[in-house]
Design a protein around this ligand. Structure first.
Ligand code: UT7
Length: 320
């Protein structure tokens, strides 16, 4: 048995920030951002929170899947920007949806969060006692950026994407996941330091820091390798894949992966121009957009791939 996606949904904040808007508040240019990344604008939360966006994306996915929240027995949320340390975003979503029969928890796999969540659903379904799951990637990374650090804050956007998956004979054909904690420092954000009556600690709040070039090198090498390995294991040629839905960090990374897989750019849908990098939200938001545009037909083979902090990476070959 495997996991099949039966509905998708997404939510983006209404406030849009263009590269030109950023030019007015920091030392950057539309030309630099566009030429280095492909990003033209991003949605930034003003009224929204990670939970509110995730709940809306989840409602849309449930409606799309014609599934009642009470049918869910698992809710997994990939996020590194939850509103509270606890309870989890997943438990807050469970409450908002009335998904009273679900087990709910968050996972921290950064931009691979949605892919790791799919892997968890797949494994729970294989155990035999779970039938329907809601997998979400939701982020408000704007609150974790140093808005004086132009090398990071221009790259990211906020948003949430969700998928309803069910136990099925067909769906996920193959998955590859990996982590390399030894390289974790190239993209990180510290949590609160130890601070109690026995340790005095006045360390200021930390923000996201990234060695962009190291992450870039990691992505252009690991992502095509992981996808190739997964396709080989499944005995599926890249030519048989209709779309490669990759994490939307940088158009140059996507073009490089396409080249390494000897596949045309048209097979790699993008939304980073409008959305920037939504971390765990990136893959499910894009998946929802292409699904709603009618680009996916039953039986199509598609590849989903995420990569990011950890370092982590994950890909899935799916029969739609
Ligand atoms: O979701 C997690 C995955 N994240 C990624 O995949 C990110 C991967 N990395 C990248 O996409 C690229 O490395 C970046 C887009 C982050 C940076 O591109 P780059 O070509 O590696 O630029 P760089 O970091 O080498 O910076 C080049 C120059 C520097 O100036 P100097 O030292 O050459 O004078 C930076 O200070 O660009 C400068 N710079 C900027 N200039 C204008 C950095 N950020 C900006 C900016 N506006 N926003």
């Amino acid at each position: 048995m495997t996991a099949r996606i039966i509905g998708t949904g997404s939510y983006l904040p209404s406030h849009v920030v263009s590269n030109q808007d950023l030019e007015k508040i920091m030392d950057t240019t539309d030309e630099w951002i566009r030429s280095r990344t492909g990003i033209e604008q991003r949605h930034i939360a003003v009224e929204e929170t990670t939970t509110s966006m995730a709940v809306e994306a989840a409602r849309r996915a449930l409606e799309n899947a014609q599934t009642d929240a009470k049918e869910l027995d698992l809710i997994v949320v990939g996020t590194v920007s939850s509103d509270r340390h606890f309870p989890s975003t997943a438990c807050e979503i469970q409450s908002a949806l009335g998904a009273v029969n679900a087990v709910a928890f968050d996972i921290n796999a950064a931009c691979s969060g949605f892919l790791f969540g799919l892997g968890i659903a797949n494994a729970y379904f294989a155990s035999g006692s779970f039938q329907k799951a809601l997998i979400i990637g939701a982020e408000t990374l704007s609150k974790m950026m140093d808005w004086n650090d132009r090398s990071t804050c221009v790259l990211f956007g906020d948003g949430a994407g969700a998928a309803v998956v069910e136990r099925s004979e067909e769906g996920i054909i193959s998955m590859v996941q990996g982590s390399d904690g030894a390289r974790g420092n190239v993209l990180s954000c510290h949590n609160r330091p130890v601070n109690n009556p026995f340790v005095k600690n006045d360390t200021a709040l930390d923000y996201t820091s990234m060695n962009g070039q190291e992450v870039y090198k990691f992505a252009v090498r690991t992502v095509p390798e992981a996808i190739s390995k997964m396709l080989k294991e499944a005995n599926v040629s890249p030519d048989e894949v209709k779309y490669f839905v990759l994490h939307q960090a940088n158009i140059r990374i996507i073009e490089s992966v396409a080249k390494r897989l000897s596949q045309p750019a048209e097979k790699f849908p993008t939304n980073l121009q409008r959305c920037g990098n939504i971390s765990a939200g990136s893959v499910p938001v894009l998946l929802d957009e292409i699904h709603r545009k009618g680009m996916l037909q039953k039986g199509d083979k598609i590849v989903l791939a995420g990569f990011g902090a950890g370092l982590t990476w994950g890909s899935a070959l799916i029969s739609w």
